[in-house]
Design a protein around this ligand. Sequence first.
Ligand SMILES: [Zn+2]
Length: 213
Amino acid sequence: VIQRPPALEKLLEILRSLPNVGPKMSERIAFHILRMPEDKIRDFIDILEASHAEVRPCPICGHWDDSSPCRVCQDPSRDKTVLCVVENSQDVQAVSRIKNFKGIYHVLGGTLSPLEGIGPDDLQITSLLKRLETEPIQEVILATNSDMEGESTAQYISKQILSVSAKIRGNGRPEGIKITRPAQGLPSGGELEYMDELTLTHAFDGRREFDRN
Ligand SMILES: [Zn+2]
């Protein structure tokens, strides 16, 4: 076996730390990078640095943006009574393509996953419940993925919302908070961010009161 230069070894190692990049893919990307002309690699490094420095999670909803609060939270034309809960910032992008949805968002930052050791405290659930208490939100759409983790996360959150809802009913908001879930028909285990606009629109238009069990 011919020994690789340490610089290349390091490059391969950092590439393998990226999601879904295995040994083969890391080699392809590494050699693509090595062959890049000087000006292109400069641009590449500058863009990496700038995006990392400028794009941050919104302190209110958790959506990644270069303004703080994010442009959704700052947008006065948004319907502040309907809040869509999603797993990650890419999902916000996907839902934003639905023409009939003009509400606001809350990004959980993942799903509950006992196998990976991800519990409620690792997700933005406390901040969500706080928002429900203090903001005039009347409906929460639980738009987590339809895989097992997404479903159990929706179940867990709905129970938490129920107790917040009971609390605010006693505090002069008798309507409480309605909990809905996008309609069936989402591909099982399908990830929201890869769904086309029409399917998403149907799923949101046909959303139903969340079925707790
Ligand atoms: Zn925001």
